[in-house]
Design a protein around this ligand. Structure first.
Ligand code: BGC
Length: 333
């Protein structure tokens, strides 16, 4: 009995110690998350993940700029004026990030960019400006290498037997680093693996499933079964292409097309399991979100970011999360 009273006493003292009172009373940092467009499948998933992760760590306000840079500028302006503790920003136009950086710098408010990488010279302007993303060169290489492997190892992959891969590429938004570098490095990897490519089309479908479907249907009309491979900058466009391919009798057991996506969204993983999507590169939103949030929390508390309190590798205030590729075969294990 005495022992129990003693234990309760200790617990009470601990709970009421000045330190724990201070800790309990300390408000959570207020962090604003500005998303370029919530209609984007990948970014809405990213933002939902951030909200889940922030519980108990920060009070989050999520803003949608509906693909309009002026709207985003105005939102950031207002958030800074209200005295927000830190910003996590997915810019509409990555070259406009400089404007946001300058605004944040005036207030000395930390700003962590995600998904759309500001130019390094802009990021360098302010020592509380960071970027968290995934290296699109690595992502492009992973798709290109896997497509080369498929072409060189799967019987019948070279449908017309001409030794050349007849390829269709689906590109995201022009100017987005993920569009340009994923494309460039996928083609480079194919070349380095000694696959000769005939690029039938390099089609801009703006990350969008419907456009992917419409453009693929048009390409099938034009090229029919000449197309031997489809590489897409993201899963939504790849799934759109698959919609059109299904309508042209692919994946029904009679015909197959290797389609490569990027992101590993929920729907893409289902398509992988069903055997329509051949591979997708992981655009690990959880890890990117966790790193961005950690940075925003540390910086909002005025703490220095060190190897001890921030476990991700970083260069020039740029953090790249590592990527991997998933294939249909991985899903069978
Ligand atoms: C993703 C796309 C997304 C885009 C938005 C890319 O990294 O792969 O799915 O639409 O980011 O900026």
């Amino acid at each position: 009995m005495k022992n129990r009273v003693f234990r309760w006493g200790c617990l009470l003292m601990l709970l009421l110690s000045p330190l724990s009172i201070a800790r309990a009373q300390q408000p959570l940092p207020r962090i604003a998350v500005c998303i370029y467009n919530m209609a984007d499948t990948f970014m809405s998933g990213f933002s939902n993940g951030l909200e889940r992760m922030a519980q108990g760590l920060a009070t989050l306000t999520v803003m949608d700029s509906q693909n309009n840079q002026n709207t985003q500028n105005a939102q950031v302006d207002e958030l800074l004026a209200e005295g927000i503790d830190a910003l996590i920003v997915n810019p509409v136009d990555r070259t406009a990030a400089v404007y946001l950086i300058r605004m944040a710098m005036q207030k000395q408010t930390p700003i962590v960019f995600i998904n759309r990488e500001p130019l390094l010279e802009d990021l360098r302007l302010f020592n509380k400006a960071y970027y968290v993303g995934i290296d699109p060169k690595q992502q492009g290489s992973l798709s290109g290498e896997k497509a080369a492997w498929y072409f060189q190892n799967v019987p019948g992959a070279d449908r017309n037997g001409d030794g050349v891969m007849q390829l269709v590429l689906f590109k995201g938004e022009p100017g987005h680093q993920d569009t340009e570098l994923r494309t460039q490095y996928a083609l480079l990897a194919l070349k380095q693996c000694n696959v000769q490519v005939e690029l039938l089309s390099e089609d801009v479908a703006l990350w969008d499933r419907t456009l992917g479907q419409e453009h693929m249907a048009a390409l099938l009309n034009q090229y029919g079964d000449q197309i031997e491979c489809v590489i897409s900058n993201n899963d939504d466009m790849a799934l759109g292409a698959i919609d059109a391919l299904k309508a042209a009798d692919y994946f029904s057991g009679r015909k197959f097309m290797p389609v490569f996506g990027n992101d590993a969204t929920g729907l893409a993983m289902e398509a992988l399991e069903q055997g329509s999507l051949y591979a997708t590169v992981y655009n690990n939103a959880e890890a990117q979100g966790a790193a961005a949030l950690r940075l925003a929390v540390l910086l909002s508390k005025g703490e220095e970011v060190t190897e001890e309190n921030f476990s991700y590798s970083m260069q020039d205030r740029v953090v790249y999360i590592n990527s991997v590729i998933f294939t249909a075969d991985d899903m069978k294990h």
